[in-house]
Design a protein. Structure first.
Length: 367
C-alpha cells in the first residue's frame, strides 16, 4: 500500500512538473497592445504551441472580467470591450502559465489633452532601438506611431527580434499600443501575406476592408496611415479612400498623416516626388497639419508648406544618414530619436528627443 501511494505521489509530481514546464514555455511572444479607443483595446501574443486564447482584465489587479476563446491557435488576438474612457486598466494573459500583470490606459474623450510618440526605421540595431524606446517610456505616451521599417526583413527571426525589443527588453508594447505603417523592409513583396499583417492587428479601412492603409480618431484628432508601396495615383483605391476619408473627418481639429517614404527629405533616399505631386494637394485641401515619415534615417522638419508641416523621423535604431540643405528645411539632426507630440485643444506641441534624452528640436502649431 505504501509503495502504491509513493508511486501515485511520484506520478502526480511528474505531471505537475511537466505541466508547469509546458506552460512556462508556451508563450513565445509576450503580450503587445494595439487599437486603443475610449472603450476598447486589442491584446495580441504568440504561443509556441496551439493554446486557447484567455485574457483577464479589470480596473484593479483583481481583474473581474475575462475573455476566452477555446479555439487552439498560435497567433492570439483579443479585443477587450466595455471599457471606460481615460481610465487605467490591468490585464494578464493565461495561455499556459499566467503572465505578470500589465497596466494600460484607454483613449481620452474628444477635447481632452493627450501625448503620443512617433518614430521609425527601428531595424536592425537592438541597442539603439532600446535606447529610443526607453526615452519614449519616460514621456508616458497614450500610444506610439511607427513610420515603417520595423524590422530588417519579413522573416520569422527578424520579427521575433523586433518583438523582443518592444516587449522583453523594454516592456513598451505591453503597456503602450502601437500603430504602424509598412516600410520597404517589412515584406511589401508578400502583400497581405506578409508576416507584418499576421503579427499586427491594425484598423481596417471602411472602403476595401484592408489593413494596408487606415485611419482612426483619438481625442478629437484624426490619424491616417498610408502605404507608400500601393498605388496612390488618382483613381487608385488608396487615393479614392484617402480623399473620402479627409472629407469625412472635416470636423477634426487636427489631422495627422504617417507613411514610410517622405514627401520632403534631403537624406540619402531623398523626396518621393510622386507622393509630393499627388498627395500634397489632398493634404492641403483636406486640412492636414502634420505628415510624419521615415525611410531616411535622420530627423528633418520643413517650414510650414501651404499649412502642412512635414517631418522625417527615421532615427529609431537603424544606421544614421546625413541631411543636406534646402530652402524648405526648418530643422535637421543626425541622431537616434523620436518625436513627442502633445495635443491640447488648439495647440500642438512637437518635441524631438534624442536617445540620450536631450532635445533636438521643438515647435508649436496652433489652429
Amino acid at each position: 500500500m505504501t509503495n502504491k501511494i509513493k508511486k501515485i505521489k511520484f506520478l502526480l509530481l511528474c505531471f505537475l512538473v511537466f505541466s508547469c514546464t509546458d506552460a512556462s514555455h508556451s508563450l513565445s511572444t509576450r503580450p503587445y497592445l494595439s487599437q486603443v479607443t475610449e472603450n476598447s483595446i486589442v491584446v495580441s501574443w504568440r504561443t509556441s504551441v496551439p493554446t486557447p486564447t484567455v485574457v483577464e482584465y479589470g480596473e484593479t489587479k483583481a481583474y473581474g472580467f475575462s475573455v476566452r476563446t477555446d479555439k487552439q491557435t498560435r497567433f492570439h488576438s483579443v479585443t477587450l470591450t466595455g471599457l471606460k474612457p481615460s481610465t487605467e486598466y490591468h490585464y494578464r494573459v493565461l495561455s499556459g502559465k499566467p503572465t505578470q500583470d500589465y497596466p494600460f490606459r484607454t483613449a481620452v474623450r474628444p477635447g481632452e489633452p493627450f501625448t503620443f510618440a512617433v518614430y521609425g526605421d527601428t531595424r536592425p540595431n537592438d541597442e539603439n532601438h532600446v535606447g529610443v524606446l526607453r526615452q519614449i517610456l519616460k514621456t508616458r505616451p497614450l500610444f506610439i506611431l511607427n513610420t515603417g521599417d520595423l524590422t530588417e526583413d519579413d522573416k520569422e527571426a527578424c520579427w521575433q527580434d523586433y518583438l523582443s525589443v518592444i516587449c522583453d527588453k523594454t516592456g513598451a508594447a505591453e503597456i503602450i499600443p502601437i500603430y504602424s505603417t509598412v516600410g520597404n523592409h517589412d515584406g511589401i513583396e508578400h502583400g497581405n501575406d506578409a508576416l507584418y499583417f499576421r503579427y499586427f492587428v491594425l484598423p481596417v479601412n471602411d472602403f476595401y476592408r484592408d489593413e494596408a492603409y487606415y485611419s482612426f480618431d483619438i481625442g478629437g484628432a484624426h490619424f491616417i496611415s498610408l502605404n507608400s508601396y500601393l498605388p496612390f495615383d488618382p483613381g487608385s483605391p488608396q487615393y479614392e479612400w484617402l480623399a473620402e476619408d479627409l472629407k469625412k473627418s472635416a470636423h477634426s481639429k487636427w489631422k495627422i498623416v504617417f507613411l514610410h517614404e517622405p514627401l520632403y527629405s534631403t537624406g540619402k533616399h531623398g523626396s518621393n516626388l510622386d507622393e509630393r505631386m499627388i498627395l500634397s494637394p489632398l493634404f492641403e485641401q483636406g486640412g492636414v497639419s502634420l505628415v510624419f515619415s521615415g525611410h531616411d534615417h535622420i530627423y528633418e522638419r520643413t517650414e510650414r508648406i501651404k499649412g502642412v508641416t512635414y517631418i522625417v523621423t527615421g532615427g529609431g535604431g537603424s544606421p544614421l544618414y546625413s541631411a543636406a540643405k534646402a530652402e524648405w528645411v526648418a530643422a535637421s539632426d543626425r541622431s537616434h530619436h523620436f518625436c513627442k507630440v502633445r495635443i491640447e485643444g488648439t495647440r500642438c506641441d512637437v518635441t524631438m528627443i534624442r536617445a540620450d534624452g536631450t532635445t533636438g528640436d521643438r515647435f508649436v502649431l496652433t489652429r
